[in-house]
Design a protein around this ligand. Structure first.
Ligand SMILES: [Zn+2]
Length: 656
């Protein structure tokens, strides 16, 4: 469906746009004429995309830029190093270009007299590394996700909303595709899109593949919601009817939560492959979700990724429509300020978690186990004693890719999970203070809801969040957030769990949810016993190669660290026997009744050492325990709120 070219801009953003518009003109003859962009993805299985652009331009100096700050990635992650084969011509003659010596993302050229257009050819070298976000692996032999920002240049100095692209995409023979980008016409493997602003283009990636299926979630209804899935096999597309029905309920539960929509149709793009990077990236009318090939078939990856699509879907409201002012930049070169990511990502993490439970993508039991997992790891992270949560948001651009080693001391992008605890606490406070008449749902309707309509951006500040919360339920919300954001206390904020009727507790039994996460991650989590996490298997490109045993992280102050273990060391033997997952678990259990230390032989860059760990308390795993002295608000929060419609009347026949 076409998107309105009009975007609502708040004054701050408008001023920034005007400032850019007032910059010296760099293109004389172009005005609003669209840039034509033809991307040939027929070589995607060989990990290369080819593109040609015709950029309307009069004679004179021109600077073209490559998108640097990528929305949703909150950092300067545009993969400029992968741009190759850059050739420029005008009126059929070669045009020399020079890279700016300071800004690697800017290319300068001179359009000769008599020319009215600068023609640019570029290739994008699709990375094979299955890590990172969109700049990670995006193609396999069977599928590709085309992120337009990776395969285009645009004239410097104009707001991205004012630059129009007319894009055409060519796919490998027989491949099918899905995207939120409005299509003008398609014939065979060539798709011609309607002219769209640069913002809409970059906001609308295309998924395509040899094994492809579109799953309608609300057939016959408007706006339409679909899952466009591409997989490395036909078998991987076979979503079970009950899971398809849960995704259909996600659409209803999100609408019931927010009370309005800010899109004209929504596409969940779902790549199922072990050969692409695994993550989710939000867009206004779609989301780019990439998971292992068997996620729809196998229990462990399905449970691990249960709230991925719900998280990305929430972003259409929280992140795309309502956006922190510092993240609403006029183009892709202006640096972003990410201090409010505890709202943008943190509230999304909480709502994605809640909606997964309300729609049945996650069971209530799994949801409780997940909350215990999150609360427990944050509660023992020693890094919280020096780095306040606020700094994890401000420093997001350097923390997303931070290594696993010493993660507990460095902290990572904790503004996701820790904000789940904080927003849960806010929800519980509203429910408690209002005697159950109000909840955070009321905040969402007020902040993210009506009036609905086509995609637009409405920015906000910290004060807007506080003011809206006060309109819902008066409380000292400013102090509430400032305290939690600036705290360097040694423990996590558990008020939401505790006042929600539950307690964080530890026991020897590991919940099925935690087992599923461990299995999906290929990791052994001994955080609460020895104080370390172990890579179970060496894997590359999705293939398991051998038993690993590398210590992913070691928690300062815990028994393993006290005994001299460090991240990156590899377990060779446990109590004199060659290591395996079972041998390690059995040794921890046996140490309960032994006075001898648990002995690990560790390899550290070709050298071996023996670590004697004095730990005798057995396995420990987190769980939530009911506190009968308080009302069970957590269970209340996780209950569905969408009106129940009889299946026959609803007409959603999932998964055919
Ligand atoms: Zn997110």
């Amino acid at each position: 469906m076409p998107r309105s070219p009009q975007r609502s801009l708040v004054p701050g953003l408008l001023l920034a746009s005007l400032a850019l518009a007032a910059a010296p003109p760099v293109l004389a003859a172009d005005a609003g004429a669209p840039i034509s962009l033809t991307v040939d993805a027929s070589d995607a299985p060989r990990k290369i995309l080819h593109a040609r652009m015709a950029i309307p331009a009069g004679p004179g100096a021109v600077t073209l830029v490559y998108p640097k700050w990528i929305p949703g990635e909150h950092g300067p992650t545009g993969p400029i190093a992968e741009l190759a084969g850059i050739k420029m011509t005008a009126a059929g003659r070669p045009v020399a270009w020079q890279r700016d010596p300071v800004d690697m993302y800017a290319l300068h050229a001179e359009v000769p007299a008599g020319a009215s257009s600068l023609d640019v050819a570029v290739d994008y070298l699709l990375p094979a590394v299955p890590e990172g976000f969109t700049s990670g692996a995006s193609a396999s032999a069977q599928l590709v996700v085309v992120s337009w920002n990776e395969i285009l240049l645009y004239p410097q100095g104009r707001p991205a909303d004012d630059v129009t692209f007319a894009a055409t995409l060519r796919l490998p023979p027989g491949w099918k595709y899905g995207t939120a980008l409005p299509v003008a016409r398609a014939s065979g493997e060539t798709i011609e899109f309607k002219p769209a602003s640069l913002v809409t283009l970059i906001d609308s990636p295309v998924i395509a593949g040899a094994h492809f299926r579109t799953l309608p979630l609300n057939p016959g209804k408007s706006p339409s919601h679909v899952i466009d899935m591409a997989a490395d096999s036909e078998a991987a597309l076979a979503i079970a009817p009950e899971h398809a029905a849960a995704y259909a309920r996600l659409v209803d539960e999100a609408y019931a939560l927010f009370g309005a929509r800010h899109y004209q149709g929504y596409h969940f793009l779902l790549a199922l492959s072990d050969h692409v990077a695994h993550f989710g990236l939000e867009h206004h009318e779609s989301s780019d979700n990439r998971v292992p090939e068997r996620t729809l078939l196998d229990d462990a990856p399905r449970r691990k990724h249960a709230d991925l699509l719900s998280h990305e879907f929430v972003h259409s409201w929280n992140g795309k429509y309502r956006r922190p002012a510092g993240l609403a930049t006029p183009d892709y070169q202006v640096p972003m300020k990410s201090d409010l990511l505890w709202v943008y990502e943190g509230l999304t993490q909480y709502l994605g978690y809640v909606l997964a439970a309300r729609s049945g993508l996650s069971t209530v039991e799994d949801s409780r186990a997940e909350l215990a997992r999150v609360a427990a790891y944050l509660d023992v992270r020693p890094g919280r004693t020096w780095r306040p949560l606020a700094d994890t948001a401000v420093a997001a651009q350097i923390l997303y890719d931070a290594p696993d080693a010493w993660a507990s001391w460095r902290r990572r992008v904790d503004f996701y999970d820790e904000s789940t605890l904080i927003w849960l606490e806010a929800d519980v406070i509203i429910r408690g203070q209002s005697n159950g008449r109000k909840s955070l749902d009321d905040f969402c309707r007020r902040f993210h809801g009506a009036p609905g309509g086509p995609a637009g951006v409405k920015t906000y500040t910290f004060d807007d969040v506080v003011r809206t919360l006060n309109e819902v339920e008066p409380y000292d919300w400013k102090t509430f957030f400032v305290t939690r954001l600036t705290s360097t206390a040694p423990h996590a904020p558990l008020g939401g769990i505790e006042n929600g009727g539950w307690r964080l507790a530890y026991g020897e039994a590991q919940s099925d949810h935690l087992k599923a996460i461990e299995q999906a991650d290929g990791e052994i989590d001994l955080t609460y016993s020895l104080g370390l996490t172990v890579k179970e298997k060496v894997s590359a490109l999705g293939l398991t190669l051998e038993e690993d045993g590398t210590l992913k992280d070691v928690l300062p102050g815990k028994p393993a660290a006290e005994a001299g273990a460090g991240p990156g060391m590899r377990i060779v033997a446990v109590n004199g026997r060659r290591w395996s997952k079972d041998v390690l678990h059995e040794a921890i259990a046996a140490a309960r009744t032994s006075s001898e230390p648990l002995e690990l032989i560790l390899e550290n860059s070709e050298f071996f050492k023996t670590c004697r760990i004095n730990y005798h308390e057995g396995e420990k795993y987190p769980r939530l325990e009911r506190d009968p002295s308080r009302p069970d608000l957590l269970t209340e929060i996780l209950k569905p709120i969408a009106p129940k419609v009889p299946a026959a009347a609803k007409g959603t026949k999932p998964a055919s």
